[in-house]
Design a protein around this ligand. Structure first.
Ligand SMILES: Nc1ncnc2c1ncn2[C@@H]1O[C@H](COP(=O)(O)OP(=O)(O)OP(=O)(O)O)[C@@H](O)[C@H]1O
Ligand SMILES: Nc1ncnc2c1ncn2[C@@H]1O[C@H](COP(=O)(O)OP(=O)(O)OP(=O)(O)O)[C@@H](O)[C@H]1O
Ligand SMILES: [Mg+2]
Ligand SMILES: [Mg+2]
Lengths: 258, 258
């Protein structure tokens, strides 16, 4: 059974792409077959895994029902990790998708042949920093939402907005199975009082959904993308690599059916 | 004469809101009359200046030609700094605005009575992390674009996209006077090699548009918003306050007609 998890948070710069790329790489290292779909027109996950921007390579046409997602799969440098890259034109797809019948389900319709083929254990969706059409499609197609959350005040404010939206999508019937997969604290700097205050606040409000693992601020994580590598290829013994490996174990333990 | 400057970058978390709030406060401290307009549905600038979220307080209806922006002005705790706050509904305005005639000019039409009244030296527009309808309206209404830029690899990739877009808006006639006001390096951590490499790269590509002042990473800047204060109220002698004061002087020197 292929699970679909959206990595989403409308707050910008909280570590969505860094988490999608490194979780995918750590799971592939453990033998999971993973597909990463870059739904952000910025295409950071695409370049973070060393792929060039190619016109027509993204999900754009498949979202409109043209062509098949099975033809868009590309390998990455990481064994067991494939990608459907993004491109700039993906930004333009929002207008076209909005005009479609049942437009919230464009992505789940496009993913159906992939899920039926059963090639992957997991499909991870990297979302742009907005609650626009692409993110809404991702939330409608997903089994769960992984919410990376920077240990900062501004990031705290958006969390309740996201939680309310997930509840609305579930209760309205757009996606009855949608739930919060978990909240991952990122860029945690143990030296600052603010970081610990924010973590306490989140754990209090969202009891039981915050992962035990917190990702520390580690410059190696922000250097790796400039080499087109995940953290486990770039610097496998860094604090960032240890943290994402520990997180991937917690992620697996939580998402496996008991 | 009232100048309009959009603070924009589609990359998330680069310091757009932090720059808008603290530049506005530093300029007000120097005696400039400043209006900050929060165009981001996340409403971070609104809460960062200590205002509550109020339904109907945002620019939503004025963007659609209903009511006047002059009725939306609110004072802040900073003398000389007024705000038009954001609200969650602002996200919904994008669909309504898109249906309007000449939809890119909805904001410049709404700002006209404000500019004609001549109450402010400067109007600053805090933009969401996307190149959607709200940001496009801000770019069409602005005299210049201030681009905050994190000293990170992913942030580098988006810069050329933004520069290209500005050129297109100017050359297409949507906004013939639009230019890059300047590029401000933010969250600069002198201890990392990556930060200096990114700064060198940006200075090479965008010669002459990068401000001399770089804003250092300083935890006091991320603490201030949780008290609803700008950095000069929260901790006027912090490195963050010194950096934004120095930047505001450079900003003024550059934007005054010779
Ligand atoms: N734990 C970390 N330590 C240090 N730097 C990090 C960490 N996680 C992410 N970064 C860096 O912080 C920046 C923001 O992270 P990233 O781009 O992954 O966030 P995002 O949520 O995907 O952003 P956007 O909202 O633009 O999509 C990037 O430059 C990234 O390299
Ligand atoms: N120089 C700095 N030093 C330390 N922290 C900073 C600095 N500038 C901004 N921050 C913090 O980094 C985070 C991102 O900054 P901010 O929210 O201003 O970026 P933004 O570009 O407005 O984000 P978005 O794309 O979501 O609108 C915030 O939590 C902010 O408090
Ligand atoms: Mg991203
Ligand atoms: Mg912001």
């Amino acid at each position: 059974h292929t699970r679909v998890v959206a990595v989403a948070n409308q707050k910008g710069g909280v570590g969505k792409t860094t988490t999608t790329v490194n979780l995918a790489a750590c799971l592939a290292e453990k033998g999971q077959q993973v597909l990463l779909i870059d739904l952000d027109p910025q295409a950071n996950a695409t370049s973070g895994l060393g792929l060039p921007l190619q016109e027509g390579a993204s999900l754009y046409r498949a979202l409109l029902g043209e062509g098949s997602t099975l033809d868009l799969l590309q390998p990455t440098m990481v064994a067991g990790l494939d990608i459907i890259p993004s491109e700039l034109d993906l930004a333009g797809s929002e207008v076209d998708v909005a005009r479609k019948e049942n437009y919230l389900h464009c992505l789940s319709r496009a993913l159906k042949p992939l899920i039926d083929a059963g090639r992957y254990h997991l499909i991870l969706l990297d979302c742009p920093p907005a609650l626009g059409i692409l993110t809404m499609n991702a939330l409608t197609a997903a089994d769960g939402v992984l919410i990376p959350m920077q240990c900062e005040y501004y990031a705290l404010e958006g969390l309740s907005v996201m939680a309310r939206l997930i509840g609305q999508l579930r209760d309205s019937g757009a996606n009855p199975r949608l739930r919060i997969e978990g909240i991952l604290m990122t860029m945690f700097d143990a030296r600052t009082r603010l970081a610990s205050e924010v973590v306490d606040e989140v754990r209090r409000h969202f009891e039981g959904t915050v992962y035990e693992t917190a990702i520390p601020r580690n410059v190696r994580l922000s250097e790796a993308p400039s080499y087109g590598q995940s953290i486990i290829e770039y610097d496998r013994h860094s604090r960032g690599a240890h943290a994402y490996r520990a997180f991937s174990e917690e992620f697996l333990a939580r998402s496996q059916p008991p």
